[in-house]
Design a protein around this ligand. Structure first.
Ligand code: NAD
Length: 418
């Protein structure tokens, strides 16, 4: 708080530069511990540096206001002040980005932070924190802890020094932490699970949709909160979509993320593999037909690899339509009318992202308005960028990361009448 916004911005910029200059080294650590292909790890690292730059600028624009006074000699000021010490809990799927979105926003606002990093992917996060430290963060203003997650969160959230809690992870854990934050009246940002619908209309460029959706689906082996998870294809384009999608998925090079050209690495943890195997069995038992995949790839006798898996004959009431498939699973459904598919897409407790492919401006606008999610991607796969607000509604949580509004979650408003 005592370092000016101008100075904080310079420190953040420097941290961004350090991360950028060490991108190869950090990306390598991330791939080794997390499994994603090296190119994806590098993209994430460079993206993290971009986000740091964004917040470096936003901190300098956390303006207050002067309200027109009621009388002469009266001054009516609105100040923005940092909330204080932030406890940030971050997951393993995007080890760097998830920390940066919290910590860079916190520092830009003048807060300090204690990060409970992901035990699954500790090394790349440690490198990031080191970069902040070397950039000149005042000692003690950035802290990293690992350990038993529930012990750390219950201690920190209850502790009087902590003023703000921010968590990214599953809805189940998010609810526990939000309840704890409520008990202790701490401000909270909750970035939880998603179950994103992807709608392909009959007038869409199906090949473009296949290209975007397969890239988004198999990125990070499907372990992405905005991964497209429910594929609704208008019935007269379904066969075309499915055969093009499968053709693409079959060509994906599976392997060690460190190897050149690999596009699909292993799942990150034994728990993820176990849950994916269970969900595939459940989906089959409920009556779905496996069009491709449905098993661990032959020839991979170690690691948590899983084949890209496409299901047909999926019904709205199947488990996979409610339970987030945090892996490379693709349930295919069809729809007849646009109104019908919007209603079915919205019939879910989670609301992070929706994908829509159409060449009708009417449908693009109606979909954008009616889809119940924090982000909507129309004829694109891109929504998570530094300058745009990112976050969900419904049981996906609350608060936004990214964009010019994100910093306000780390600021208190003070009004002085003088
Ligand atoms: P999880 O919620 O159990 O764990 C996610 C992270 O939260 C981990 O790094 C873990 O260390 C931490 N965590 C767990 N319990 C905690 C606690 N009591 N206090 C503080 N931190 C705690 O999820 P998972 O099993 O690792 O992943 C599976 C599900 O999590 C997915 O299906 C998905 O819904 C969700 N997830 C979402 C995101 C996202 O980007 N929104 C990221 C990772 C996981």
């Amino acid at each position: 708080k005592n370092v000016s916004a101008y100075e904080r911005s310079k420190i953040l910029r420097k941290a961004g530069d350090i991360v950028r200059s060490r991108a190869d080294q950090i990306a390598k650590l991330m791939t080794l511990e997390q499994g994603k292909p090296l190119v994806e790890a590098k993209m994430e690292t460079l993206g993290a540096a971009d986000s740091i730059d964004w917040y470096a600028e936003e901190g300098r624009r956390a303006y207050g206001r002067i309200i027109p006074a009621r009388a002469q000699g009266v001054f009516q000021y609105v100040f923005k002040e940092p909330v204080g010490v932030v406890a940030a809990f971050t997951p393993w799927n995007f080890p760097l980005n998830q920390v940066v979105k919290k910590v860079a926003a916190a520092f830009a606002a003048g807060c300090t932070a204690i990060v409970k990093g992901p035990e699954e992917t500790p090394a790349s996060v440690a490198e990031l924190i080191k970069a902040f430290d070397e950039a000149g963060m005042p000692k003690g203003s950035i802290n990293l802890v690992y350990g038993i997650p529930a012990e750390i969160s219950s201690y920190l959230i209850a502790h009087p020094v902590i003023r703000k809690v921010t968590f990214t992870g599953s809805t189940a854990v998010g609810k526990q932490l939000a309840a704890l934050a409520g008990t202790h009246m701490k401000r909270a940002t909750m970035e939880l699970g998603g179950h994103s619908p992807a709608i392909v209309c009959e007038d869409a460029d199906v090949n473009a949709a296949v290209k975007i959706l397969s890239a988004n689906k198999f990125r990070n082996a499907g372990q992405v909160c905005i991964s497209p998870n429910r594929f609704y294809i208008q019935e007269n384009r379904k066969d075309e979509f499915v055969s093009a999608f499968i053709e693409r998925a079959k060509k994906l090079k599976i392997g060690n993320g460190m190897d050149e050209g690999v596009e699909l690495g292993p799942l990150s943890t034994a728990k993820r593999l176990e849950e994916i195997e269970k969900l595939v069995e459940t989906t089959k038992n409920e009556g779905a037909k496996v069009l491709m995949g449905g098993k661990r790839p032959a020839g991979f006798n170690k690691g948590y690899y899983y084949e890209p898996t496409v299901f047909d004959d999926v019904k709205d009431n199947f488990t996979i339509m409610k339970e987030e498939p945090f892996g490379p699973l693709v349930p295919i459904l069809t729809f007849k009318t646009f109104d019908e598919v919007i209603e079915r897409a919205n019939d879910n407790d989670l609301g992070l992202c929706s994908y829509l492919y159409t060449n009708s401006m009417d449908q693009a606008h109606i979909g954008s308005e009616k889809l119940e999610s924090g982000c909507v991607a129309v004829n694109t796969g891109v929504v998570a960028i530094a300058e745009a607000p990112f976050g969900g509604i419904k049981q996906t949580g609350y608060g936004r990361e990214g964009g010019s509004g994100a910093i306000k979650d780390y600021l208190n408003v003070k009004y002085t009448h003088m």
